[in-house]
Design a protein around this ligand. Sequence first.
Ligand code: ADP
Ligand code: MG
Length: 242
Amino acid sequence: MIPSATDPPLIELSDVRKSYNLGLPSEAEVLHGLSLRVERGGFIALMGPSGSGKSTLLNIVGLLERMSSGSYKLQGEEMDGLDDAGLTLRRRTTLGFVFQFHHLLPAFSALENVTLPALMSEGRVSARQLERARELLAAVGLANAMDKRPAELSGGMQQRVAIARALVLEPALVLADEPTGNLDTSSSNEVFTLLRRMHAERGTSFVVVTHDPRLAARCDRLVELVDGRIARDEAITHTPAS
Ligand code: ADP
Ligand code: MG
């Protein structure tokens, strides 16, 4: 879809707070009233020290965890009042996830792993989804590895399978939590190039947690969390050479 001026933002967080262990002596607020707006087509780096709340924020945006208070609109729709079934539906139709550890199922081939989200959400894999899974695996350079199991693939290849899996249901937004945290420099660069290409070709939006300033510099916007607050939020200008 082509974004129009009247489209609501993809993500709109207002004064979002998150506490863990509510009511217990160990209760702790880890997000302290965060507000953040992401337009469709954004490619955002989320940085910050360990423990600053990056994963918590990503899990809230990804509807894997509920905020304690505040407002979260996804594509203009308030998520706060939805029940678990409603959240699961939005998650499946709108979001894709890439984690640091790929969570591929070891007994299944690369192709089967990529089609798994379709199987889980609809109970079957349509011919179109199977075709798309093949296309995605080809697009990530794994045309010849579709029948291989994860253990037969390198770390970088496994992560590329996980990226194909995140994209198979054509999500508007992909959330990636340290997707290259486990990879060497050249695999990291390769995986990142792939994310940028998916963004350019398909208009998918990305929020990517990374500790690597060189990778962050390849995003379009940098949001930095410190102690559960946004400490920095700025556009990244790209020089033609980079
Ligand atoms: P980051 O991803 O930036 O390293 P996290 O979002 O994982 O940070 O964690 C932010 C804070 O929330 C940390 O202090 C962490 O210990 C705490 N935290 C995260 N998950 C939980 C949980 N399930 N229960 C209690 N505390 C948690
Ligand atoms: Mg984290």
